[in-house]
Design a protein. Structure first.
Length: 199
């Protein structure tokens, strides 16, 4: 019931922002916009290019936070400058010491005073630290996230962030935060980190 209520509220908020704050022309590409979100759908089992995968993992969030650093997440309504949502499909299994490869998905960003920005997820990855005590840049036990998003109007934009979702059931709902835009590095200089193709 709580999940359904959250989905309804999130959907209404996104619709209001899309309707109210959408002029005809975007002034400039988004540059290093800090974002925070909740993971509200864990996805379902699927097959991606012949491999076992998980499809339809969904996030809903708002602007704000301090970027891809420990404790960079901020609660709603953040900076009150916009809302966003993303859905991803991945192969691999989330686990400490492991990683998944982001295969596809979509992202929609609604910024106050700007037209909506939509794009297709074209690659990326999530890498978890070895255990709950290890920090790989996002805080102890928190995963690193890199996702590349192809947009028609702005070219390829990148999300560089953090995901706090393990141990399973200990973080409800899971939290995602980071930076998104044209000036965000698509790469993280850490051995074994799953990166999009352009790295």
């Amino acid at each position: 019931m709580k999940k359904l209520k959250f989905l309804v509220i999130a959907g209404l908020l996104i619709a209001v922002f899309a309707w109210k704050f959408a002029p005809a022309v975007r002034a400039q590409a988004p540059t290093d916009i800090n974002l925070s979100a909740y993971e509200f759908l864990l996805g379902t089992s699927c097959t991606i290019n012949g491999q076992a995968g998980t499809c339809g993992v969904s996030f809903g969030g708002w602007t704000g936070g301090t970027g891809p650093v420990a404790n960079g997440w901020t609660p709603f309504p953040g900076t009150r400058q916009g809302l966003w949502e993303a859905t991803i499909n991945y192969t691999g299994s989330p686990a400490f010491g492991g990683s998944v490869t982001v295969q596809s998905g979509s992202l929609d960003l609604f910024l106050k005073g700007e037209p909506p920005l939509s794009g297709s997820v074209i690659g990326g990855g999530v890498t978890w630290p070895q255990d709950t005590n290890t920090d790989i840049g996002c805080g102890a036990g928190v995963a690193r996230v890199i996702v590349a998003v192809s947009t028609e109007s702005e070219g390829t934009l990148n999300f560089n962030g953090c995901l706090h979702d393990l141990p399973a059931g200990s973080v409800i709902p899971p939290k995602l935060w980071g930076a998104f835009g044209s000036d965000v590095s698509p790469c993280v200089a850490k051995p074994g980190f799953a990166k999009p193709d352009q790295c």
